[in-house]
Design a protein around this ligand. Structure first.
Ligand code: ZN
Length: 62
């Protein structure tokens, strides 16, 4: 099952849409380039098991 969620780029502050594969787990982290400034964000994805609400925190990739 795949869904989409929004996150804010840690570099430029623009919002991005990312695809999340829920079968990969309730907590995931991966790196994705911002669609606006193309710099790499580390995404920490937290999925609520009951509501499937998604929270995403972003960090700079060193
Ligand atoms: Zn950006």
């Amino acid at each position: 099952m795949q869904t989409t969620a929004q996150y804010i780029c840690a570099f430029c502050g623009e919002s991005n849409i990312t695809f999340i594969d829920l079968s990969a787990g309730m907590q995931q982290s991966y790196t994705e380039d911002c669609q606006v400034c193309c710099r790499p964000n580390v995404l920490y994805v937290y999925v609520d098991e009951d509501t499937l609400d998604i929270q995403i925190e972003t960090d700079y990739q060193e």
